[in-house]
Design a protein around this ligand. Structure first.
Ligand SMILES: [Zn+2]
Ligand SMILES: [Zn+2]
Length: 110
């Protein structure tokens, strides 16, 4: 599995940390750690089937991938689990500002 690079965010700020960028990219999702590589945990919230995320950041791809693999070892780790993904956050000076709905749609497609 290779990483999706994610560059689209919603605000006009210049984020100085990947943690701030990830929080912007994934809406109000909780973000822990710091680094360019993200283990993204997706959940479905019932009954709305709303997709939620929790993000753990790592400074290397290997660390983030290991976390994805560990969770994939369980299959779906809980009833609301919707998957585990490796995401690379684009360089902070390469982030692109877009409308909120566009960004989430592209993420889901990607
Ligand atoms: Zn932003
Ligand atoms: Zn899970």
């Amino acid at each position: 599995m290779s990483a999706v690079t994610y560059a689209r965010h919603y605000c006009s700020r210049q984020h100085r940390t990947f943690k701030a960028a990830a929080a912007c990219i994934f809406g109000k999702s909780p973000v822990t750690g710091e680094g360019q590589w993200a283990f993204v945990h997706e959940y479905l919230c019932f009954p709305e089937q709303d997709r939620r995320y929790s993000i753990e950041l790592y400074s290397t791809e290997a660390e983030a991938q290991a976390e994805v693999d560990r969770h994939n070892g369980y299959g779906k780790c809980s009833g609301s689990c919707a998957g585990h993904r490796l995401v690379r956050i684009a360089d902070l000076d390469r982030l692109i500002q877009v409308e909120r709905n566009t960004a989430l749609k592209e993420y889901r497609r990607g």
